[in-house]
Design a binder for this molecule. Structure first.
Ligand SMILES: [Zn+2]
Length: 70
């Protein structure tokens, strides 16, 4: 399973590199994993969950800048 270095990290997983060096890497905490089919699916699931959480936070907290927006 994909795990962030920081358990509270909400960064998105991205496919980086090429060829044999391809990795699924977090855009924030630098955790990275081999891009197996299972990990790719897990990354997609986590990204959707992360986007949803950030959207809830953005709507729920008025007038607070989202400094972590990338
Ligand atoms: Zn992370």
């Amino acid at each position: 399973m994909l795990e962030h270095r920081d358990g509270h990290c909400t960064g998105n997983w991205r496919l980086v590199g090429s060829g044999e060096d391809r990795r699924i890497a977090c855009e924030r905490c630098d955790a990275s994993f081999r891009p197996t089919p299972e990990n790719r699916l897990a990354a997609i699931d986590e990204n959707y969950a992360g986007i949803y959480l950030r959207r809830l936070t953005a709507e729920g907290v008025a007038q607070q800048d989202d400094r972590d927006a990338a």
